[in-house]
Ligand binder design. Structure first.
Ligand SMILES: [Ca+2]
Length: 105
């Protein structure tokens, strides 16, 4: 959709969201391309996420329980740059069990 053979910006070709063990992008991490979802983040990552680097033009919904259940919170990044979100605010630190991501705009 946003692919350009002349672009050297990998994030325009494949927006990458990064999920971190600690706040401010610290500790272990893994990635999801915008549009991917996880019904369960896995035993190691369950209740461990503390920050998210949201890709450009991406909306992410995090869920308290696996299977996209329980409380949820939405983070929308309509801009062309990444956005680092710490989950300390709102009581979401070490609470996430499933994730949806969407491309927007
Ligand atoms: Ca953590």
């Amino acid at each position: 959709m946003f692919y350009s053979p002349n672009s050297d910006d990998l994030n325009l070709r494949a927006p990458v969201n990064t999920f971190y063990e600690h706040i401010n992008g610290g500790g272990h991490y893994y990635t999801l391309l915008s549009g991917e979802s996880e019904e369960y983040v896995g035993d190691w990552w369950n209740d461990r996420l503390s920050s998210i680097r949201v890709a450009p033009r991406t909306l992410i919904i995090i869920f308290q329980h696996r299977g996209f259940r329980g409380s949820s919170a939405t983070f929308e990044n309509p801009y062309d740059s990444h956005w680092l979100v710490n989950l300390l605010d709102g009581g979401w630190n070490d609470q996430v069990s499933s994730i949806k991501t969407y491309r927007i705009g």
